[in-house]
Design a binder for this molecule. Structure first.
Ligand SMILES: [Zn+2]
Length: 465
């Protein structure tokens, strides 16, 4: 076998190359069969604010390069519009019905998260997070050999404002690379890095504050100035200012992603690493009158997020998957790519789509999870049906003719609206049937901290953002 034939790949890749006469030996396979896996999870990142998803501002040169040299999923929609249920879905392959319902509950101990599955598969596992939303006391540390909350040692006021270096994506990358340098383990590693930059407050470092113009308004991107905003409070200039600040945060996060890629290359492991970029939900900027996320909206500005896979020796470059896929498909796809059996999950591996093999369409369902009955949606490859128990935001949208999802066409297609309403009702019923009581609640001190952080209202379970 010539050196060109040496590969580090999952069994399906190995099999494909074997068919072309380029088969490694059994020993080489045992030593090299699994790649390292790094998940760059970006909180609050809209797909449509990224270059490789068609945005006009150059916010994401590093992600764009990864997509050119890897696989970009053009239509990933997540199942919830706020962090905890969506991250739990991404990292468990399960629909968001058995996750934290609010900031007073946590991921059930018996829900197998990605780190547990990779750990059982022989990986060393580490997770670093810059947001309290995936803190250990919510159960997101399950399965990790090492789990670090970058803001865990800060004062409450600092955590409240998310102002400080502990929240910055470059700090996160440095922590992850330090862990890599310190490890002494022959096993492949599974590493998650949960960055928070595009989340409010929108305050990019000066170097990345590239699109704001002179502005003398009152909405400065701080958490305090954004709280409770609605369209009536915001002028076009305010909105443009917020979008420019948000884009600066996206650009800064992308800069840190570039640091991560360079760090993997400098250590000689970029080729053998399956690098995954994904987000948990988007952000509203008055698209339908609201701002922020976690509110009564499951339209594309909140559910359409990026998903890019980069693995030079394992995946073909410049692949774009157009078919609709869901957040719960992410983990089974990663496990499949790494050569593991995929079972017991609601999601499915969509690796066939990466290979160019057709798969049957699958609808993507979503609800808010903290109050499962209030809004829900089903997205097909052609339509979105959005249901609101108050009726205000119930509608049927033709995704080809109305890409922004603004024109309710129920009166023109009543049969389709009824069909999707029935499908959504059935799905919600199935989810309700298997719901369990909340796994646990944070203790008194944690609860107090969450109230002070503005996540939790005193005396209720209502979430603000
Ligand atoms: Zn989030």
């Amino acid at each position: 076998m010539s050196p060109r034939c040496l590969i580090v790949g999952a069994p399906w890749i190995v099999a494909a190359l074997a068919a072309s006469g380029c088969a490694p030996t059994t020993t080489e396979l045992e030593a090299q069969a699994r790649p390292h896996v790094v998940i760059w999870l970006v909180d609050t990142l809209r797909a449509d604010h990224l270059g490789c998803y068609g945005y006009e501002r150059p916010t994401s040169p590093h992600l764009d390069a990864l997509a050119r040299n890897g696989v970009r999923f053009a239509n990933l929609h997540v199942h919830a519009n706020w962090t905890m249920p969506s991250v739990a879905s991404l990292l468990s392959g399960m629909a968001p019905d058995i996750y934290p319902e609010s900031w007073t509950t946590r991921v059930p101990d018996d829900l197998a998260l990605a780190a547990e599955r990779f750990g059982e598969g022989g990986y060393e596992t580490a997770g670093f997070t810059a947001t309290v939303a995936t803190a250990a006391f919510f159960g997101f540390d399950q399965g990790y050999d090492t789990y670090v909350e970058l803001d865990g040692e800060l004062s409450l006021s600092e955590r409240k404002m998310r102002a400080g270096r502990a929240f910055d994506a470059d700090t996160l990358v440095e922590a992850g690379l330090e862990w890599l340098d310190a490890r002494d383990d022959e096993r492949p590693f599974f590493l998650t890095l949960h960055s928070i930059d595009p989340h409010a407050p929108y305050a990019p470092p000066a170097e990345f504050d590239r699109w704001t113009k002179s502005y003398d308004g009152t909405i400065d991107g701080s958490v305090a100035s954004l709280r409770g905003l609605a369209a009536r409070d915001i002028t076009p200039r305010d909105r443009a200012h917020l979008l420019a600040l948000y884009d600066g945060e996206v650009a800064f996060n992308d800069h840190a992603l570039g640091m991560l890629v360079a760090g993997l290359e400098a250590r000689g492991i970029a080729e053998q690493t399956l690098l995954v970029v994904v987000s948990d939900h988007g952000e509203e900027f008055g698209d339908r009158g609201g701002y922020g996320h976690a509110h009564r909206n499951l339209h594309r500005e909140l559910t359409h997020v990026p998903w890019v896979l980069h693995w030079p020796v394992g995946l073909a470059p410049d692949v774009v998957v157009e078919q609709l896929v869901g957040g719960m498909d992410v983990l089974p796809t990663l496990l499949d790519a790494c050569g593991f059996e995929v079972d017991g999950m609601d999601g499915r591996s969509v690796l066939d789509l990466v290979r160019g093999t057709s798969m049957s369409p699958a609808d993507v369902y979503a609800f808010r999870a903290k109050q499962p009955g209030d809004i829900a949606a089903v997205r097909t490859d052609t339509h979105l049906y959005h249901w609101d128990e108050r009726g205000q935001r119930t509608g049927l949208f033709d995704l080809a003719a109305d890409t922004d999802e603004h024109r309710d066409m129920r009166t023109g297609a009543p049969a389709l609206a009824t069909q999707l309403d029935t499908r959504l009702t059935t799905w919600l019923g199935e989810r309700a049937a298997r719901r369990r009581p909340p796994a646990a609640t944070p203790d008194g001190a944690t609860r107090e901290a969450l109230i002070d952080l503005g996540y939790l209202e005193d005396g209720s379970t209502k979430t603000r953002r």
